[in-house]
Ligand binder design. Structure first.
Ligand code: COA
Length: 435
């Protein structure tokens, strides 16, 4: 680093204990999420928990533990999730922690204007010669907090990839820097089941050469990637991506050559994968990691022709109401960008949105297509927004269909073990047999 930037860096460099001493009792703190969570600083907070009272943390998806949601820190820490994850679902269900529903593209504005955190904590890679760092695998909502939080703490970690685009920030934009190197948590790719392979094939049949795609979270995206190897000139504009896209970009299947905006570039807002993905995005000018309020804004997506969004869900009722982030009263994830992309794709010229899911859950014992959604469940994508529903048994396009037509189309792609039950529910509701 040149002398001027080295001086700035040296002035900002403190220990984790010193950095967290700037957090006051009663403060609201916004935390980085996913693979770039600033775990070193979070550890320091947990080790020093007795020094804090009523500090509230907001955070989206986490890969590992969520110590701030543990009841043992009651009175010291509170946790408010923006996307429930495995390690905090129980705390939310028990009422100890909480969940805040919010469209992902609106999150930065809601955080700034309503939640109003005084402190932000994130990870960055080490600075370059000119003092520029990168937010790495996560820009999402955390990027914009750097513009307005009073205390801006960054963990400088050599394992954070230097991603480009909106991820790049100057060290002088932070108030405290803490050097802690530690490998990023990885989200491994799980081998595909036959059901996922069939879903992947059905989804891929709706993706044409030249389309621009978004892939959601869960088991389905990698199944789709596996089926795209023979497509041409695909674009990628997605809130998140995992390992599955690396080979498609390297082989040129995804080349972004037909995009109306960000031509020749893959645009994402966060990445969720393994070292294979982190190495691929490191200093890669073909990939931009940009703020969620831009990437996920339906009006950004609308500018890209032939946009195909693919997301997943836990339940669809016979009217086409899609439940994706709760199982009954249990908050299992969050709305994330599902509705942002469903609406953006609907606005795109030639655009389509797909909700893809296995037809049954829990080893085939529970139908995901149901007459009515479970008590307590929240509708994520409304029946007015829904377009294609896909299972391993086929494709149902609901847009433009009446209630009866939708129900029939959905019964046809339900798991065969549940079709009779669903047909009876249809008969009860519409006073006639479906077929
Ligand atoms: N009834 C009861 N339980 C159900 C169920 C149903 N109909 N459907 C799913 N489940 C359970 C599963 O058994 C699993 O439980 P477990 O963790 O105890 O095994 C859990 O719910 C998660 O389901 P699974 O199918 O493993 O999820 P996934 O990892 O494939 O992700 C979603 C699927 C829907 C949860 C995920 O895509 C999501 O959170 N979507 C909403 C947000 C979104 O789409 N954002 C856009 C991109 S971020």
């Amino acid at each position: 680093m040149n002398t001027k930037n080295q001086d700035i860096y040296n002035k900002l460099l403190v220990s984790a204990e010193e950095a967290i001493s700037h957090i006051n009792d009663g403060d609201t703190v916004i935390l980085d999420m996913g693979c770039c969570e600033a775990r070193g600083i979070e550890r320091a907070l947990v080790e020093n928990y007795e020094k804090f009272r009523d500090v509230e943390f907001y955070q989206m998806i986490v890969c590992g533990p969520t110590p701030f949601a543990e009841e043992q820190y009651k009175g010291h820490f509170k946790y408010n999730s923006l996307f429930a994850s495995a390690s905090n679902r129980k705390a939310i269900a028990s009422g100890y922690a909480d969940y805040t529903p919010c469209f992902f593209y609106e999150m930065p504005e809601v955080i700034r204007d309503i939640i109003k955190p005084r402190v932000s904590i994130c990870s960055v890679c080490p600075p370059d010669e000119n003092g520029y760092v990168s937010l790495g695998a996560n820009v999402d909502y955390i990027g914009s907090t750097i513009d307005y939080c009073e205390v801006k703490i960054a963990q400088v970690n050599k394992y954070v990839p230097r991603t480009l685009g909106g991820a790049v920030r100057h060290i002088s934009e932070f108030t405290h820097l803490v050097e802690i190197d530690e490998e990023l948590p990885e989200v491994p790719t799980i081998p595909l089941t036959d059901v996922e392979k069939a879903i992947g094939k059905n989804c891929a049949s709706l993706i044409n050469d030249g389309d621009c795609i978004q892939l959601g979270i869960g088991g389905i995206p990698n199944a789709i990637c596996a089926e795209l190897a023979h497509k041409k000139d695909l674009g990628l504009h997605s809130e998140m991506v995992g390992d599955g896209v690396v080979d498609l970009i390297k082989s040129g299947v995804i080349n972004n050559s037909k995009k109306n905006i960000d031509r020749d570039k893959t645009v994402v807002s966060f990445l969720f994968g393994t070292k294979k993905l982190f190495d691929f995005i490191d200093n890669n000018p073909e990939v931009e990691v940009n703020p969620i309020e831009i990437v996920n804004h339906p009006l950004t997506i609308a500018q890209i022709d032939n946009f195909v969004s693919v997301n997943s869900c836990v339940q669809v009722d016979l009217m086409g109401q899609v439940v994706s982030d709760s199982v009954g009263y249990n908050q299992i994830s969050g709305v994330g960008g599902q509705v942002d992309f469903v609406r953006g794709a609907a606005l795109s010229k030639g655009g389509r949105s797909i909700i893809a899911m296995p037809s049954a859950a829990k080893g085939g014992t529970i139908s995901k297509i149901v007459p009515v959604i479970d008590e307590g469940a929240a509708v994520t994508t409304s029946r007015n927004d829904v377009d294609y529903i896909i299972t391993e048994y086929g494709i149902a396009r609901l847009k433009g269909l009446s209630l009866k037509e939708r129900a029939k189309a959905l019964i046809n792609i339900a798991h065969p073990n549940f079709r009779d039950e669903l047909a009876l529910a249809y008969e009860k509701r519409f006073h006639q047999k479906p077929f």
